[in-house]
Design a protein around this ligand. Structure first.
Ligand SMILES: Cc1cc2nc3c(=O)[nH]c(=O)nc-3n(C[C@H](O)[C@H](O)[C@H](O)COP(=O)(O)O)c2cc1C
Length: 249
């Protein structure tokens, strides 16, 4: 398992080969074995193979080519719908229409998603997460017909890899781990922790292409811009509210 984890790389090019039903089922079962809050299992996985639905999802995911290529698309949802129904059918009054409950269900869904990804990789499949699941949540809700109480929080494409990318860089362990208590970063720590990443040939290429002075500027000015973050935050907060998770009074 550790081998699988340490060799993880996102795959963005896929063969059209379909995934054997047994392998897919085993992968999904691995998802269900994740820890969940109080074992409430307040998540759902929507597995989409149908080409026409995948094409609609592709539009939501900023037309990323891999969405059309990979034979399986899984949308991981925070889901209190099923649990609420169970409560009501058993004379229990659910109190899960608030933000904390959304966050709880989102945690469950993400833990399940990562188990699915690791199991898929263990079975020779490739995966790539799609952050766009939260950007265009409302459209995904419409396409997948998600009822109230259900919000997509992550999506992954799954299929057989048609590329062999290298491992991507990581910050050094001592840059991300704190022992006993949090030790805040001095300017020198920041220089040291990001030094390797900043020295990569790929970083120099990016700076050249984007005509930027620093790698951080590529994140702030190009990839994850403040105005986009605000726009998608507002959209997502509206979606959470529409799906019945903002009764915080
Ligand atoms: C929540 C999340 C959303 C992501 N969204 C996208 C995406 O929309 N498109 C993409 O190509 N990669 C996406 N990725 C993959 C990351 O870019 C990738 O994990 C990161 O660059 C590290 O590379 P690695 O996974 O190959 O180690 C996403 C990853 C996560 C965890």
């Amino acid at each position: 398992m550790l081998d699988t984890i340490l060799n993880h790389r996102s795959i963005r090019k896929y063969k059209s080969d379909s995934i054997d039903e047994k392998i897919l089922e085993e992968t999904l079962i691995a998802g269900t074995r994740a820890s969940t809050t109080g074992n409430m299992q307040v998540y759902s996985m929507v597995v989409t193979k149908d080409e026409s639905i995948r094409k609609q999802l592709w539009e939501c995911h900023f037309k990323q080519e891999m969405v059309l290529q990979a034979p399986v698309h899984i949308t991981f949802c925070a889901d209190f719908n099923r649990f609420n129904k169970w409560c009501r059918q058993r004379k229990a009054v659910p109190g899960y229409d608030n933000y904390l409950s959304f966050f709880t269900a989102a945690i469950d869904a993400l833990l399940v998603a990562q188990n699915v990804c690791l199991a898929a990789e263990k079975n020779g499949l490739g995966i790539c997460y799609l952050g766009t699941a939260t950007y265009n949540a409302r459209r995904i809700i419409d396409i997948l017909r998600l009822p109230k109480g259900v919000v997509p929080v992550a999506a992954v494409v799954v299929g057989y890899p048609d590329e062999e990318p290298g491992l991507t860089d990581r910050l050094p362990l001592d840059g991300v781990v704190h022992y006993e208590r949090y030790r805040d970063y001095s300017p020198g720590d920041i220089d040291r922790i990001y030094a390797e990443k900043e020295a990569l040939a790929q970083t120099h290429e990016l700076l050249e292409i984007n005509q930027k002075e620093t790698l951080a500027q590529i994140f702030t000015d190009n990839r994850y811009k403040k105005q986009d973050n605000i726009h998608f935050s507002r959209e997502f907060l509206d979606v959470i509210k529409e799906q019945g998770f903002m009764n915080n009074e």
